[in-house]
Ligand binder design. Structure first.
Ligand code: ATP
Length: 678
């Protein structure tokens, strides 16, 4: 018996292939196939016509008068594997459904809607329709194997591929051709299998979502901040444990309630109405100080609610204390802020203001000033005033440090780098100062090799431990200090010029105490108070202190106060209680102005001037000049006795030196300074 012939009519050849494959799968080699895509076809011999569309389609393609065979219009199934892509589209996605005829596209649309995709917004399109859709309004085009018909402007295309023949059509073909339909059981199984798989996947994804939700819940509950989420309708949907504990409210009971019922004191309205963030601010909630931030949440530009995060400020303060304590434990902390830097003189005010400006950025600061002027406390205050304040402040002093010690201290070392190196190696000070500030004190004393290494760190922002082979990135601000004029030591060849320029990005000069004598009283009072020393100074004592030249600056002043607190009985030290160098030796000498005043009080200034002039003229000689000779050199009349007295005064003021025996009198450097003012 001849095998029955099926004539398959489709518009596209691809669809013919889809049908052909299905028929072969079901009927194997028991049927023969013909196609309108492979003419000629002898219609007389055809046993069944299978058309992909309604009669009109097939009438266009074949001469119906010659057709005797029965016609089956294919019902088309859908491939569930392909449908999964549609599950990913969000609700309301605008889909252009594209097919080759109006009938097919409407039929596809109705099938997709029946399958449950009615939450997608479908616009049907086929070339035989009059209306051309506006592709700007379309998110995605969906088609069954007809990608070529999709408009160019559509960004995304989902091809569900050609729909194959459904079970009822295959069954009808089997019936007409009297073919056994053994595969039907397998096919139904396949359909059911697909449903089972999709169902299982859905269950799994629900399970995943549940797991994810519970995971997120634990994360939110572990957070150290109160977190509340309010949806677009104003309902509270998240209320973490910390929020409950800070606000003293039952979080679970608050869920689902409107925020106006629960969180009256929070200015949430602003975020909900204006959909604008509410910057970090302190608010009062039932007697608590709450630091809060509120932000609107937008998903694909749609407002979905607001999230509130907040902290009880007492907690924040506690944290800050903890950090401070930790820093204290490691010794990497600061004691001083700008408020602790005493002195209301103009010079000090200017210096403090400048230092505050320098603190605000990350450039290297070079602090210059005599010993004891307060360079280190300025460095600490700059750190405390900078954005690095919660990071460490690590100080290293180069005075008298050897090269190898400086190297291992600054950069650390790896285990076994040298004899005596600790097991496991050791981090260097640059590493320890990570995210903070390193203070390189007395940088002028740093050995040359260390200077080169510091320059490298400043440029490359990474260090290598001694004996190590990998670079460690460091984020550290450098503040260096020196009491030596670096430029002089550059000339001597003991300081690198390139390092000087690298350090000197922001120079800061701390004035010596002798140039800001107004600060002495402030400093003295502050020091006495800090050390609970009950002592007050008479104007005479202050007078003495203000003419002294303070080579040791504030440190020397502190030392003096300690000395007086130990040696003086009673609370009011007199001038006699001051150490000798403050009274006798330097009496009124170091301050030119003071000496000028003194000379004025001691008689005619012009005589002092002429004496000093004569002495300076005679300066060329090896020894001093005798009184007789000096008197002879002078134009102004003066007795020997008067000259002796004047010389005594000048000597007390350290303007002249007189030899013990017969060396005569000579002018001092200070005397020359005084002479310029006379
Ligand atoms: N303006 C100030 N207010 C309060 N205390 C000060 C002030 N200036 C200096 N001191 C005190 O003087 C002492 C010396 O200060 P500091 O160590 O900062 O000086 P320094 O310039 O770094 O000295 P050196 O160059 O010797 O290292 C410290 O005890 C500091 O507290």
């Amino acid at each position: 018996m001849n095998k029955p012939i099926i004539f398959i009519i489709t518009k596209e050849i691809d669809l013919y292939h889809t049908f052909r494959d299905k028929i072969h799968e079901i009927f194997g080699g028991e049927v023969q196939l013909r196609s309108n895509h492979f003419p000629p076809v002898d219609l007389e011999e055809v046993d069944l016509i299978l058309s992909s569309g309604a009669e009109e389609i097939y009438r266009d393609i074949v001469d119906t008068s010659k057709v005797k065979a029965p016609l089956v219009v294919a019902n088309r199934s859908i491939d569930f594997n392909k449908l999964e892509i549609l599950f990913e589209l969000p609700v309301g996605t605008k889909c252009l459904l594209v097919s080759n005829t109006k009938e097919v596209v409407y039929e596809s649309m109705s099938m997709l809607e029946r399958l449950g995709f009615d939450y997608l917004d479908f616009t049907p399109y086929s070339p035989d329709m009059d209306v051309i859709p506006d592709v700007c309004q379309i998110d995605v085009a969906v088609t069954h194997g007809l990608k070529d018909l999709v408009h160019e402007g559509v960004q995304r295309v989902i091809d569900l591929e050609n729909r194959s023949l459904d079970l009822s059509t295959l069954f009808e073909i089997a019936k007409i051709l009297k073919q056994p339909f053994d595969q039907s059981r397998h096919m139904t199984m396949d359909y059911v299998k697909n449903f089972v798989r999709i169902g299982r996947e859905l269950a799994q994804s629900v399970q995943n979502e549940l797991e994810m939700n519970s995971y997120l819940e634990s994360v939110l509950d572990a957070a150290q901040e109160g977190i509340i989420f309010i949806n677009a309708d104003g309902k509270i949907t998240v209320f973490n444990e910390e929020a409950s504990s800070i606000l003293g409210l039952d979080g679970q009971a608050s869920l689902g309630k409107n925020y106006t019922e629960v969180l009256r004191d929070f200015p949430i309205e602003q975020v909900m109405a204006k959909k604008e963030p509410f910057p970090r601010q302190m608010i009062r909630f039932q007697g608590l100080n709450i630091l809060t931030t509120m932000k609107p949440l937008l998903q694909d530009g749609t407002f979905t609610g607001a999230v509130l995060t907040f902290q009880d400020v007492t907690y924040v303060q506690r944290m800050e204390q903890e950090i401070r304590k930790k820093k204290l434990d490691t010794g990497m902390t600061t004691k001083y802020t700008f408020d602790d830097i005493i002195g209301h003189s103009d010079l000090m005010r200017e210096t403090r203001n400048l230092a505050k400006k320098l603190a605000r950025n990350d450039y290297t600061v070079l602090i210059m000033g005599e010993s004891g002027t307060g360079k280190e406390i300025f460095a600490q205050a700059i750190h405390e005033h900078s954005s690095r304040r919660s990071g460490p402040f690590v100080a290293v002093n180069f005075a008298g440090i050897t090269q190898s010690l400086a190297e291992s201290e600054l950069f650390g070392y790896e285990e076994g780098a040298f004899t005596g190196a600790s097991r496991g190696g050791k981090a260097g000070l640059f590493e320890l100062a990570q995210n903070g500030t390193i203070f390189l004190d007395e940088i002028g004393d740093a050995p040359l090799k260390i200077q080169a290494a510091i320059l490298r760190v400043l440029q490359e922002k990474q260090v290598m431990r001694v004996g190590g082979n990998k670079m460690i990135p460091v984020n550290v601000r450098v503040i260096a200090a020196t009491n030596k004029p670096l430029y002089d030591i550059i000339k001597e060849g003991t300081f690198r010029e390139d390092l000087y320029y690298r350090l000197n990005q922001l120079p800061l000069e701390i004035p010596p105490l002798r140039n800001r004598k107004e600060d002495i009283q402030d400093l003295a009072e502050c020091f006495l108070q800090k050390n609970q020393i009950h002592m007050r100074f008479t104007p005479e004592v202050f007078d003495r202190l203000s003419v002294y030249h303070w080579p040791g600056n504030v440190r020397e002043l502190e030392g003096l106060l300690t000395y007086l607190s130990v040696t003086v009985d009673g609370v009011e030290p007199s001038v006699q209680n001051l150490p000798r160098h403050l009274t006798i030796k330097n009496e009124n000498t170091s301050d030119v102005n003071k000496v000028m005043k003194l000379l004025e009080q001691a008689g005619d200034k012009r005589i002092f001037k002429e004496i000093l002039q004569c002495l300076s003229l005679y300066q060329g000689g090896k020894s001093g000049i005798g009184r007789v000779r000096l008197k002879a050199m002078m134009d102004q009349p003066i007795t020997e006795g008067q000259l002796r007295t004047k010389l005594e005064i000048l000597k007390k003021c350290e303007c002249v030196l007189t030899g013990a025996k017969k060396q005569g009198t000579s002018i001092t450097e200070f005397g020359k300074q005084v002479l310029t003012q006379l």
